[in-house]
Design a binder for this molecule. Structure first.
Ligand code: CP3
Length: 349
């Protein structure tokens, strides 16, 4: 058993007792850090990700600065699709864009299976370098099929997902073929990250909250479920996350992850009422609260910890990624506060 097994982060993923509440931040590596801006260079983030030494350094930066309980691999959810040659790029300040979006069965040919050793060797090299350096667990990740499909179909970030929803409703068969291809790609990617040494994986279904419960259940859940069952026998904890998912949280949880990500719209105690005590929770400070005064932030952090009521399955995080303008000192203070919170004080009240 490796020495990280008893780390607060992995213990909390298993809902087992540990000595402090673990904390990390989605998008902890990135533009909010001056040391990131210094070494990131110009050019596409996809090129930075192809440089394993640089990606290793960027992954380590927030761990060193904030003393987080986990590292998250510096990569992106569109990396496998980019590597397959689908024509996905990331435009600074915008996000993923696709030159020729997915439109018809013809486009399935552009989504061959992923061979991680030859398609994304730099990701695996970064993981191996990091595992040698880190003394906290490394989180690997993938985009969930729905969120990936939304980029492929819309061709750019969207607020309404009109093309994606039209395709799933009008042509369920083509939707099934597309989602099945994405499931295979995601499973290959996650398995390769686990073999290379990540200690946990997170499935980002960031935009699943755009769907009604019935659409989620019919068009998304079966595919995400397939992913969690495929990686279950790899014995690493799994985290499932999306934004605006309060109304579908129970459905997302039924996909079978060990941890559910909760955004700030759903209080942790409400999430527990909906999901029961078996699944661990990750979250859920509103990233915008980081721009309030020191006292307000401390009160909000305390409220979240109190709402968790001493449950061992809680990983503190933001409800979505760190905003680029965030002052890193705010995150430093949050880590200190979470780490010094007495784990059984809420129970004793
Ligand atoms: O620190 C970390 O969390 C690890 C690195 C990471 C990135 N992207 C790096 C990145 C992770 C986990 C992601 C996942 C990701 N990428 C998601 C799911 C998480 C979420 O935010 O919901 C999504 C939806 C994407 C797609 C994507 N990539 C977007 C929307 C953007 C932002 C575009 C912009 O410039 O604002 C990206 C680019 C990106 N990925 C950046 C980073 C650090 C910023 C661009 C840069 O630094 O060059």
């Amino acid at each position: 058993m490796n020495s990280l097994h008893d780390s607060p982060f992995l213990a909390a993923c298993r809902s087992e007792p540990h000595h402090h509440t673990p904390v990390w931040f989605m998008r902890q590596a990135g533009r909010s850090l001056p040391e990131y801006r210094k070494i990131r260079g110009e050019g596409s983030i996809l090129d930075a990700i192809k440089n394993a030494e640089l990606s290793t350094e960027i992954t380590l930066q927030p761990v060193h600065r904030y003393n987080t309980d986990a590292a998250i691999l510096y990569s992106d959810i569109v990396v496998p699709l980019h590597a397959l040659g689908f024509g996905v790029e990331i435009q600074p300040g915008i996000g993923p864009v696709v030159e020729n979006p997915f439109r018809s069965a013809e486009d399935l040919k552009r989504l061959r299976p992923l061979d991680p050793d030859s398609d994304t060797p730099y990701v695996l090299e970064t993981i191996r370098l990091l595992v040698g350096e880190l003394n906290v667990p490394l989180i690997g990740f993938a985009g969930a099929p729905f969120t990936l499909a939304s980029y492929l179909i819309e061709g750019a970030p969207s607020r309404t997902y009109t093309k994606t929803k039209a395709l799933m409703m009008n042509d369920p068969e083509l939707w099934d073929s597309l989602m099945s291809r994405l499931v295979e790609i995601v499973i290959s990617s996650l398995r390769s990250q686990i073999s290379a040494g990540v200690s946990a994986i997170q499935l980002f279904d960031s935009w699943a909250g755009a769907l009604s419960p019935s659409a989620y259940e019919r068009f998304v859940l079966p595919y995400s479920k397939e992913i969690f069952s495929a990686v279950q026998n790899e014995h690493v904890p799994t985290i499932h996350f999306g934004v605006g998912t309060g109304e579908i949280l129970h459905l997302m949880a039924s996909a079978g992850s060990s941890v559910m990500g909760v955004d700030w719209r759903t209080p942790l105690d409400a999430a527990r009422d909906r999901l029961g005590l078996e699944v661990a929770l990750q979250g859920n400070l509103d990233p915008a609260i980081c721009f309030a005064s020191e006292n307000v932030i401390a009160t909000e952090v305390r409220n979240i910890l109190d709402k968790n009521a001493g449950h061992p399955g809680h990983i503190f995080n933001l409800g979505h990624g760190v905003l680029p303008e965030t002052n890193p000192q705010v995150l430093e203070r949050i880590v200190e506060q979470v780490h010094s919170y007495p784990l059984n004080s809420a129970e004793m009240k």
